[in-house]
Design a protein around this ligand. Structure first.
Ligand code: AMP
Ligand code: GLY
Length: 428
C-alpha cells in the first residue's frame, strides 16, 4: 500500500519512520516533507493546506492511506473531502477537529459534560472583557478562540498585561478572525502532562504519557515555543492519575462527542494540568503532538498501520498496543533567534556521527537537502531522541548525541527531563 503523510516536521519524520517498519507499506510520500524525511519517503512539493492538490495527488497516485500531521488541514476539513471521494485518511472530521480549532467550542463542551477544566468566560466584545478582568483580578489566562499556531494563549500577571492582550487580539486582530472571540480563564498551577489516545469514535486506547517543554530557555524561562523537548513516560502521571483521567476526562469526552452526534476518529490529545484538585484539561488537540510523537512512537511496538486501519474501520476494540518499557528523551535543536526571527540555510555538521550512536534517532524538523548538503530551514531544526532503561541513561545518551551536532546559532535546552528526574529522586 502507498501512504501519504501530510506535514514537514519532526512529528511527521517520526510517523514516517514508524510506518516504514510496517510490512503493509510499499511506498511513502510526504507533502511537503523535509531533508530527513526525504531519505525514507518521496517528498512532494504541496503545502499542507492545499487540500485540492493533495486530493488530486492521492487520487492519481492511488494512495491507500493518508495520514494528517498538523491541525490546519484537519480544521479545514481535509478528512471530509477525502472521505467524500472514498479515500482512506487518518484523522478527525472537520466537526470533530473543532475540539482543537475552536477553544470556545472546547471549553463549552467541557462545561456541558462536566469535565474538569479551568473556570472561564467567553467574550465577543472588548469592553465587557476588560470589565471582567477588573472584576476577577490577575493572574489570568487570555485565549484567542481560533488557531494561532500555538501563540494564542497569553498569561497575564498584571491588569495592564491583560488589557493589552485583549486590545491586541480583539482590536488589532493580531490573530485575525481567530480573535473574534476570546476566553478569559482562571490560571491553573501544577505540572503539565500530554496524554494522547487513539479513538475510532467509540473505543479509546491510550498511548504512553509524555511531557513537553514549551519555553525556550532552561528552567521554563522565556517565551513559549512549539516545544523544545519531551520525554516519555511522565513519572508525575502515576497509574492512579492515569485511571482518573481515563474515567473522568477521556471516556466522558468520547461519550459527549457521541451525544453531539460527532464521530471522532484519529488521535485525541489531551493537554492536562495536574493541579492540587486533580487533573484538569488545558486544551485538546486533534492530532499527534510535536515533539511528543518523537518520544511516543519510538516506544510503540505494535504495527501503527494496523492501528490506523482499525480506527478508520471502527474496529479499534480488536487492537492491543505493545510498548517498549524503556524511556525516551527528545532534545530539540533550534535556530538562533527562534521563536523570534532566525536565519535559514546554515549547514549542519555531525548528523552521521550522531545517528550512528546506539539508541539514538535523529528526526529532522526544519531542514532541507540543498545539493547534497543538509541545511537549516526552520525554527526547530532537529530532534535528537535517545532511549535508555532509566531516565538518567536516556538523558545522558541524548545529550552525548546533541554534542555531536553543530550549526551556526544552534540553541537548545540543557534541562530536558530534569522534572522527571526530580520526581524519581523524590520517589514519586
Ligand atoms: P493551550 O493552547 O490552551 O494548551 O495553552 C498553551 C499553554 O498555555 C499550555 O500548555 C499551558 O502551558 C498554558 N496554559 C493554558 N491555559 C492555562 C491555564 N488555564 N492556566 C495555566 N496555564 C495555562
Ligand atoms: N506539543 C504541543 C502540541 O503539539 O501542540
Amino acid at each position: 500500500m502507498k501512504v501519504l503523510i501530510i506535514g514537514s516536521g519532526g512529528r511527521e519524520h517520526a510517523i514516517a519512520l514508524k510506518i516504514k517498519a510496517s510490512p503493509l507499506v510499499t511506498k511513502i510520500y510526504c507533502a511537503p516533507g523535509n531533508g530527513g524525511i526525504a531519505e525514507i519517503a518521496e517528498c512532494i512539493d504541496i503545502k499542507v493546506d492545499d487540500i485540492e492538490q493533495l486530493l488530486y495527488f492521492a487520487i492519481t497516485e492511488k494512495i491507500g492511506l493518508t495520514i494528517v500531521g498538523p491541525e490546519i488541514p484537519l480544521v479545514q476539513g481535509i478528512v471530509d473531502v477525502f472521505n467524500l471521494r472514498g479515500l482512506r485518511i487518518f484523522g478527525p472530521s472537520k466537526l470533530a477537529a473543532q475540539l482543537e480549532g475552536s477553544k470556545v467550542f472546547a471549553k463549552e463542551f467541557l462545561e456541558k459534560f462536566n469535565i474538569p477544566t479551568a473556570k472561564f468566560q467567553v467574550f465577543t466584545e472588548k469592553n465587557s472583557a476588560i470589565a471582567y478582568v477588573h472584576q476577577i483580578g490577575v493572574p489570568l489566562v487570555i485565549k484567542a478562540d481560533g488557531l494561532a499556531a500555538g501563540k494564542g494563549v497569553i498569561i497575564a500577571n498584571t491588569i495592564d498585561e491583560a488589557i493589552d492582550a485583549i486590545e491586541q487580539i480583539m482590536v488589532q486582530k493580531i490573530f485575525k478572525e481567530a480573535g473574534d472571540k476570546i476566553i478569559i480563564e482562571e490560571m491553573l498551577k501544577g505540572e503539565e502532562v500530554s496524554f494522547l489516545a487513539f479513538t475510532d469514535g467509540r473505543a479509546i486506547i491510550p498511548m504512553v504519557s509524555s511531557q513537553d517543554h514549551k519555553r525556550i530557555f532552561d528552567n521554563d524561562q522565556g517565551p513559549n515555543t512549539g516545544g523544545m523537548g519531551a520525554y516519555s513516560p511522565a513519572p508525575v502521571f502515576t497509574k492512579d492519575l492515569e485511571n482518573k483521567v481515563i474515567n473522568e476526562i477521556l471516556l466522558p469526552t468520547i461519550r459527549g462527542l457521541i451525544t453531539l452526534g460527532i464521530n471522532y476518529k484519529g488521535v485525541i490529545y489531551v493537554g492536562l494540568m495536574i493541579t492540587q484538585d486533580g487533573p484538569k484539561v488545558l486544551e485538546f488537540n486533534a492530532r499527534f503532538g510535536d515533539p511528543e510523537t518523537q518520544v511516543i512512537l519510538p516506544r510503540l511496538k505494535t504495527d501503527i498501520i494496523d492501528v490506523m486501519n482499525a480506527v478508520i474501520d471502527e474496529k479499534l476494540f480488536r487492537i492491543r498496543l505493545n510498548w517498549d518499557e524503556r524511556v525516551t528523551v527528545c532534545v530539540v535543536l533550534a535556530a538562533g533567534g527562534y521563536p523570534g526571527k532566525y536565519e535559514n540555510g546554515k549547514e549542519i555538521e555531525g548528523l552521521d556521527e550522531a545517528r550512528q550512536m546506539e539508541d539514538i534517532t535523529v528526526f529532522h524538523a526544519g531542514t532541507s537537502d540543498i545539493e547534497g548538503k543538509i541545511v537549516t530551514m526552520g525554527g526547530r531544526v532537529l530532534n535528537i531522541v535517545g532511549m535508555g532503561s532509566s531516565i538518567k541513561e536516556a538523558v545522558v545518551k541524548t545529550y552525548m548525541a546533541v554534542n555531536k551536532i553543530k550549526f551556526d546559532g544552534i540553541q537548545y535546552r540543557h534541562d530536558i527531563a530534569s522534572k522527571a528526574m526530580n520526581h524519581l529522586n523524590k520517589g514519586v
